[in-house]
Design a binder for this molecule. Structure first.
Ligand code: MCA
Ligand code: AMP
Length: 472
């Protein structure tokens, strides 16, 4: 088993080199290993640790500390409201809390020890069980509260190595991004990746065009919303011409953004596709074709197949025939924490993971993502948001008689969370603002409806089921 944070194993080499920079705060390789060792030594129990995942050096230290101690990390979104935080803590059975105190958390804080009794370099070199769950990421489904996706060290390592091979990612790279540290993109690819390959990370706190332009990196990560904003600021986009690779993922990159970015920066962006449950499974390559609207070839040992939704049979690989995308390989999650039925439902009888995305593949193995099978999963700004969890919160408001939440196309965010509401009788003004506020404070800021549309009735079919495709 290759260690996960390989670059930290031989930390004596280049102790003073920069490992991570967040905004203006910098941590050297040596200081990161020491601080993570003290964090690990301060862990009183062996269970999962909830880490408030603000973009900060403290978050990086906590994550590396947990990994080196062999306890699962549970990243908590910093904008999560009390209901969402309570759900994550309860569901994950976290035993300790890392980060600024929050009302209602009720877990003992991690107090780093005065000295490191556990060696990060030793654990990074593979003493921890590669098949043990190392990370639990909470992600939305079509119904109910977010589920905990269990990822092993082995899955994360395989996922990162596949990307290194596809992108030519080495210790000579310097990575820049400003993505949240509670999802696969910003945390596993964007933080553990640099620590595995020894390429310093510069996290810009926010993924703004100005911050990307001011940073000096060889490789930049962004979600399509970020690239759309960069492409809209020609000076910022031109400043990225000195980079080696611009990488887009987490949602579809509009062809117009691809073209504009290419024209301004001289780089045709790499597009890659993945899921919290699977790591990144498809990507174009640094040394290969980059085709707008297409997400490329299987990464590493990943295998894909596309099956007809009607017949369950494979569709022809002609670039046009579409079906459900299924994947298998060493980067898959080990299950939804405590939900064996949901885990089983997400897999075929022969063990392939059903992504829920609709795709096509051409004769050369290139893949194109066409959309999602369900209207109940929304992608807004690269965040995956389940309509069911938002509907449940909105139904709790006395002013709401009926509600349906959908993603409406949006030029900046890809999709905009939109709530169609049948108001209860006698409801006064200010309801739209109250509903937005309710979701923002109970769940997360990024899950709040951007629009609330009042309607007399929701469109329903003969069975009484809301026809979300008619709402836009
Ligand atoms: C933000 N604001 C707030 C709060 N949070 N105000 C009050 N309370 C809050 N809690 C304010 C900000 O200060 C800002 O105001 C305004 O809201 C908008 O903030 P901004 O961050 O620009 O938000 P946005 O425009 O809504 O978001 C765009 C974004 C964001 C920055 C691109 O959506 C984002 O970070 N997306 C990344 C999602 C991601 O990483 N997904 C990966 C999932 P002002 O402008 O006045 O300052 S992993 C995955 O998908 C797989 C595996 C994969 O393939 O990668
Ligand atoms: P999450 O688990 O939050 O990472 O969301 C995964 C979902 O994001 C996938 O099921 C896709 O619907 C979407 N997604 C990720 N990358 C891409 C991409 N490059 N193109 C289109 N959709 C994407």
């Amino acid at each position: 088993m290759t260690p996960l944070l390989t670059s930290l194993v031989d930390v004596a080499r280049a102790r003073d080199a920069v490992a991570v920079r967040v905004g203006d705060d910098v941590l050297s390789r040596g200081d990161l290993v020491d601080a993570a060792g003290r964090f690990a030594a301060g862990l009183a129990a062996d269970g999962p640790v909830a880490v408030l995942a603000e973009p900060s050096l403290d978050t990086v230290v906590a994550v590396v500390g947990c990994l080196s101690a062999g306890v699962p990390v549970v990243p908590v979104p910093p904008d999560a409201g009390p209901a969402e935080v309570a759900h994550i803590l309860r569901d994950s059975r976290a035993v300790a809390w890392s980060g600024p105190d929050r009302p209602g958390v009720g877990l003992p804080p991690v107090v780093p020890a005065a000295s490191a009794s556990r060696s990060v370099s030793a654990s990074a070199s593979g003493s921890a069980d590669p098949d043990a769950v190392a990370m639990i990421l909470y992600t939305s489904g079509t119904t109910g509260a977010p589920k905990g996706v269990e990822l092993t060290t082995a899955a994360m390592a395989a996922g990162l190595d596949g990307l290194a091979e596809a992108w030519g990612w080495t210790g000579d790279d310097a990575l820049v991004h400003g993505l949240p540290l509670f999802h696969t993109h910003g945390l596993i690819l964007g933080t553990l990746g640099p620590l595995r390959f020894g390429s310093p990370l510069h996290h810009t706190r926010r993924p703004s065009p100005a911050a990307y332009a001011a940073a000096r990196g060889t490789m930049y990560f962004g979600v399509p919303t970020v690239w759309g904003r960069v492409a809209a600021e020609p000076a910022a986009a031109r400043a990225l011409s000195r980079a080696r690779l611009l990488v887009s993922g987490s949602a579809p990159l509009p062809v117009s953004v691809f073209s504009r970015l290419a024209a301004l920066s001289g780089h045709r962006p790499i597009e890659r596709y993945g899921m919290t449950e699977t790591m990144i499974t498809l990507s174009t390559r640094a040394d290969g074709e980059r085709r707008p609207g297409w997400v490329g070839l299987p990464v590493g040992a990943t295998r894909t197949r596309i099956v007809s939704e009607e017949t369950g049979e494979p569709v022809p690989y002609d670039g046009a025939s579409i079906g459900q995308l299924e994947v298998s390989g060493p980067t898959l999650f080990s299950g939804y924490l405590g939900r064996p039925e949901a885990t089983a439902e997400a897999h075929t009888a022969d063990g392939w993971f059903i992504t829920g995305d609709i795709a096509a593949r051409d004769e050369d193995g290139f893949h194109r993502i066409v959309g999602r099978a369900s209207t109940d999963l929304i992608k807004s700004g690269g965040y995956r948001i389940g309509s069911g969890e938002i509907e449940a919160v909105l139904m709790d408001h006395p002013g709401v008689a009926e509600v349906a939440v959908v993603g409406v196309p949006d030029p900046d965010l890809g999709q905009r969370v939109t709530a169609f509401v049948v108001p209860a009788e006698g409801t006064g003004s200010g309801l739209a603002e109250a509903l937005t506020e309710l979701v923002a404070t109970r769940l997360s800021w990024h899950k709040r409806p951007r629009d609330v549309v009042f309607v007399d009735a929701l469109p329903r079919n003969a069975m009484g089921k809301v026809q979300k495709k008619l709402l836009h």
